[in-house]
Design a protein around this ligand. Structure first.
Ligand code: OSB
Ligand code: MG
Length: 369
């Protein structure tokens, strides 16, 4: 395989409802959509789902654009490769920048799977025809509106609810949700909002029978998480701290977590996602697939990842309609009765819709061999 052309497209899509985080309110999200073209004319698609700000991880949309345009693109264009590991070896000197790498690698996995006539799920070794789907719900000012939001998603059939928590919106919110829904599969995500000084507060979450508590401590920590895990009954799940299979091995050896959230973007691509899965699977550690509000392209890749055997917990891979008025792909990625089907057609199994991509593209660049 040899790439002769890479197109980067900054695509901006309106959100179904404004999305509030601790730092901003957004009514649109912009991701980089990648189209790669091989010498034989075959095409693959990928998505860089970086946030526009560096509040979840150091990367932003603009750092991804820069790294793709000035480093990753030039390093892979015109080179011969047979496997994805060969492809990624061309940019092994590039440190970090996992969101940028993941977008390019995704497009090349789609390309290679299509060239072999297999689905991305089969390409990766997936075993499930459908995946159980959960949702991640943002912090809301009042618990009544959060309960409304939960009810809406349960009525839509979603199997598991994840609540974002933070100082001041934690124990009492979870208590109330648990009171209303005693049997709900429930977990929380703190996005690194606490420190070991909060250990007593975090221990109070043990009484709510949570599936797990995600990334309670610093984004780059595994040492303090080990101390915390030893003090908690609830499994700690790491998100931000894990970027590779080596990170996963070290975190598990230290006892820093009992579950890992695997995000394709955070770990630099589908192959590393699978390696982390393998490390965990061999140790009997459950994993699940997190999300970054992906458009249909990145979301379809997440669905394929969820079909691997060790993805034993419902992930944050909901239907695109949770976030977007219109998906970029046909058919749209949708959940029915809380399950998303895993396509068996070649590659991602969801075709990008050219007109929709053109209509929503704000900036575009072509890199040639
Ligand atoms: O921590 O899992 C997270 C979204 C953006 C950044 C970080 C996270 C999230 C989510 C949303 O939880 C998951 C999704 O629905 O895509
Ligand atoms: Mg998280």
């Amino acid at each position: 395989m040899r790439l002769r052309r890479i197109d980067l497209k900054l695509v901006r899509l309106p959100l179904v409802r404004p999305f509030r985080t601790s730092s901003s309110v957004k009514d649109h999200l912009a991701h980089i959509v990648l189209r790669v073209e091989a010498d034989d004319g075959l095409v693959g698609w990928g998505e860089c789902a970086s946030p526009s700000d560096p509040y979840y991880c150091p990367e932003t949309t603009e750092t991804c654009w820069h790294i793709l345009r000035d480093f990753l693109g030039p390093l892979v264009l015109g080179k011969d490769w047979e496997t994805i590991d060969e492809l990624t070896s061309f940019y092994r000197l590039v440190k970090g920048n996992t969101f940028a790498k993941a977008g390019l690698e995704m497009a090349c996995c789609d390309l290679l799977a299509r060239s072999q006539g297999v689905s991305l799920s089969s390409f990766l070794g997936g075993v499930r025809p459908r995946i159980a789907s959960g949702v991640s719900l943002g912090i809301e000012d009042d618990t009544a509106s959060l309960l409304d939001t939960i009810e809406r998603h349960l009525s839509a059939g979603y199997k598991r609810i994840k609540l974002k928590i933070g100082p001041g919106r934690d124990v009492e919110v979870v208590r109330e949700v648990r009171r209303v829904y005693p049997d709900l599969l429930l977990q929380v995500d703190a996005n690194s909002a606490y420190t070991l000084r909060d250990i007593d507060l975090l221990r109070r979450l043990d009484e709510f029978d949570l599936l797990l508590i995600e990334q309670p401590l610093a984004h780059d920590d595994i040492i303090d998480h080990a101390t915390l895990q030893a003090a908690l009954r609830t499994p700690v799940c790491l998100d931000e701290s894990i970027h590779s299979a080596d990170d996963a091995r070290k975190a598990l050896d230290l006892g820093a977590c009992r579950v890992i959230n695997i995000k394709v973007s955070r770990v630099g691509g589908l192959m590393e996602a699978r390696r982390i899965h393998d490390v965990c699977f061999n140790r009997g550690v459950p994993v699940w697939c997190g999300g970054m509000h992906e458009f249909g392209i990145g979301r379809a890749a997440n669905v394929a990842v969820c079909s691997l055997p060790g993805f034993l917990l419902p992930g944050d891979v909901s239907g695109s309609d949770k976030y977007y008025l219109q998906d970029l792909v046909d058919p749209p990625v949708l959940a029915r009765d809380g399950y998303v089907p895993v396509p068996s057609s070649p590659g991602l199994g969801h075709e990008p819709i050219p007109d929709l991509i053109v209509a929503n593209t704000r900036r575009e660049i072509t890199l040639d061999a």
